[in-house]
Design a binder for this molecule. Sequence first.
Ligand SMILES: [Zn+2]
Length: 419
Amino acid sequence: MSAKRTSLEKFRLKRALETLARKEGRGTELVSLYIPPGRQISEVAAMLKQEYGTASNIKSNTTRKNVQDAIVKVTQRLKLFKEVPEKGLVIFCGAIPQNGPGSERIETYVITPPEPIHVYLYRCDAKFHVEHLQDLLKEKETYGIIVIDSSASTFATLLGRRLEIAQEITSGVPGKHRAGGQSARRFERLREARLSSYFKRIGQHADEIFLSIPDLKGLIIGGPGPTKYDFEKGDHLNYQLKDKIIATIDTAYVSEQGVEEVVERAPEILQRVRYVEEKRIMQEFLYEIGHDTGLATYGEEEVKRSLEMGAVKTLLLSEGLEVVRVTVKCTACDYVKQETMKAQAVQSFEQSLSGQPCPKCTAPALYIAEVKELIEDLAERAEQVAANVEIISTETEEGQMLKNSFGGIAATLRFKLSG
Ligand SMILES: [Zn+2]
């Protein structure tokens, strides 16, 4: 999977989970079902049948009916699958009040996770259990860690939150204080020779451990004191690994404890890495705009036109763009209209529709058929023409510029558009 897609995929899952997390049942009647790859559909169906039976003990009539209805719906959805998809399957289902008590309607959401899930879970609760999917939003790439000081080095890999200590080596470098009778110069020479061979060994171990990882995302170097900087300055690391160093940080400890310190700070380090990436993407765009090369554009209409012509190289969308595209239809005829508005304005817009005559058939039958985030709408168009999509946060100065100066929508182009 290319890194270009990741920000969009993450954004989509994040928004879907935000929506699901907001939903509340009237009682303990919302079903969450997580099925990891490898399970048999029949086995899960049997478990649901049993849960249906257990639910008959629920005292409240409404709750019992809602739980059993949800289980039936989940079972029906499940049976549409011949087997569990390769990354697993998650189904949320339950009676959600639409407009105050008594207005519950069964809603069903089927999610095929972007990465394999490992949990097998059936839960009936007043809310949907989205936390296991939220875990997928966390960092999943592999990072290398080396903690270095003058006495020892520790090598570790961090895959998501799973830390593995790969190796520890000692330096063989004598301490700062020489033994009695030894000449100061000789001691210094010996120490330097040992240090140099130590650095060389660190480089060799790093090659062995990290070069074989096919998609190593980055390397973090840590350790107390200046030894780590000396190591970095010297040419002891393979150039492929050198290019991957994303941070060099001070730790209070060496060995495993030092590694754990690095891991604790990893989310913050990795977030910073993404911000640097976002800045770089935005600067590319700003360069084209600033130099008037014709290879960048912004604003909804211009970007849409460029997408239609297949000219967009990278579509930049601000995460702060809280604009939706509303599709209005008529139940009496085939009238369709789309309008773009702020997300907060949808509710009052919906109220304004009721009783309004349809422009085509004059029946007071207009309704909102779909509300889609503008980000999603544009991202889909970009995917159709194989353009890259980058969702840019508002955490950097450049990200703020995208949101405030360019309307949250911009693009770099593959070729100049005339007119
Ligand atoms: Zn109509």
